[in-house]
Design a protein around this ligand. Structure first.
Ligand code: ACO
Length: 402
């Protein structure tokens, strides 16, 4: 039984909303979602238009500053991104201290937080557009270098330094896949698929990691600490880690372990969840999944070898989408169902999938941190609880305990 007095606070009753499915924690002008109609817009622009016509750098500026930027602004920001590509030598040394088989997500969150040590001028509580521009360039640029270095380190390869002559996506691909005396030249389709992947992951209103960034930021914590916390929240398999879990599941099926139908039956028996399916907000379809499904198909068409996992994914989706279990619960493929297939086709290893999601989500996290910074209604996040533990008890000395 719940003690009703514990539901009261000074303003009346407390609502109990586990997982905050029905709690609006803030007002926001950044991203609009209509889960019933499958609509996603950044600052009023349809995700389909942005995915087809914009670049990741332009979309990042749109999210952070609210308007599509002028060509001059994009060019200036690209210069800042280039200026920030290299890591401080001490940060490089910091890398050497990680065990070679450490998880790249742990490295990423630690290194992002460490950025604050190298930019004390940005820890100052005063923030304006120009300072945010600077912090955003540091975060967006260094996160690529950190991610690629983490990959090279965990795979026992020599790191590749950034190339300032390359665009954002090309430079990242170069740091990931070039080798000594063997420069990697991506096809335009690979660059396009990566750019689209990043655009589609750039923001998604008050999801778990973004809410974490806002929660941490509400205490006045700086942008590096807040974004680093967002990376930690994204790591979980129910959030950003789902793209890895999808590929593991598809590989299990491919290697002959189980058929798609058996997997679906086990899901229905609640033995595990169908990864890449279901969404807290989208209840008919996830528009990002539709775009990525097409992108995966187009990208794989350019490859000499087709990826059997795409066919398995289609088969699984076909079975699930005609099954009452999924229909009644309104479970549809989400963005992660196809994103892993794209990352695989690009050559990104499995343990880097969630890192890739983080690179995409950085602008969204920064945009939310900055929006909160300016929010006149800002208060430190401090949810309440319904206490269900024991009532008052008398302390028992250690030698008198049963
Ligand atoms: N497979 C099987 N059953 C599911 C799934 C799934 N993927 N997702 C939800 N369900 C079922 C639940 O078991 C529950 O069934 P019940 O009513 O019989 O108990 C019902 O659907 C409702 O589930 P909830 O957990 O209440 O849904 P919620 O909105 O809290 O969860 C979530 C959303 C976390 C995305 C969930 O659908 C899930 O775990 N999906 C798999 C992981 C995944 O793909 N995550 C990526 C999300 S997108 C992103 O982060 C970018």
């Amino acid at each position: 039984a719940i003690d009703i007095s514990s539901l009261r606070d000074e303003t009346g009753f407390i609502t109990l909303d586990p997982g905050y499915s029905n709690t609006g924690a803030c007002e926001s002008k950044i991203t609009f979602i209509d889960g019933e109609k499958g609509i996603l817009r950044y600052r009023g622009y349809d995700i389909e238009d942005l995915a087809a016509k914009s670049t990741f750098v332009e979309t990042a500026l749109l999210l952070m500053y609210g308007e599509l930027p002028s060509g001059e602004r994009v060019a200036r920001f690209r210069e800042q991104l280039t200026d920030q590509q290299l890591l401080h030598e001490n940060m490089r040394n910091h890398f050497e201290g990680f065990p070679p088989h450490g998880h790249p997500m742990a490295m990423l969150s630690a290194m992002i937080n460490a950025c604050g040590c190298y930019h004390p001028e940005l820890l100052d509580p005063e923030m304006d557009d120009e300072r945010l521009f600077h912090a955003a360039a540091i975060l967006m640029s260094k996160v690529c270098t950190i991610a690629a270095f983490a990959y090279k380190m965990t795979s026992g390869q020599r790191v590749e330094y950034p190339d300032p002559s390359l665009s954002y996506c090309r430079n990242f691909l170069h740091m990931m896949f070039s080798r000594p005396h063997r420069r990697y030249e991506p096809t335009p389709q690979v660059v396009k698929a990566l750019s689209r992947f990043l655009i589609l992951h750039a923001d998604h209103e008050q999801n778990c990691s973004t809410s974490t960034v806002r929660m941490v930021g509400s205490s006045g914590a700086n942008v590096f600490a807040s974004v680093s916390a967002g990376v930690c929240a994204l790591w979980g398999p129910l959030h950003g880690g789902a793209n890895m879990a999808v590929i593991e599941m598809l590989e299990r099926i491919h290697q002959g372990g189980e058929s798609p139908r058996t997997i679906v039956e086990k899901v229905k028996q609640k033995k595990f969840r169908l990864m890449g399916f279901g969404h807290r907000v989208y209840k008919n379809f996830d528009p990002r999944a539709r775009i990525l499904e097409r992108t995966a198909r187009d990208l794989l068409a350019t490859k000499a070898e087709p990826d059997p996992l795409l066919d398995i994914a289609h088969e699984l989706a076909e079975i699930a989408l005609t099954d009452d279990y999924f229909l009644e619960r309104r479970l549809y493929p989400n963005v992660d169902f196809y994103s892993g297939i794209i990352l695989r086709a690009i050559g990104i290893p499995l343990n880097m999938f969630t890192v890739m999601f983080s690179i995409g989500r950085i602008p969204g996290w920064i945009a939310h941190w900055y929006e909160l910074y300016h929010d006149p209604q800002k208060r430190i996040c401090r949810p309440r609880q319904i206490y269900t533990g024991p009532a008052q008890r008398a302390y028992v000395a250690v030698d008198e305990r049963a």
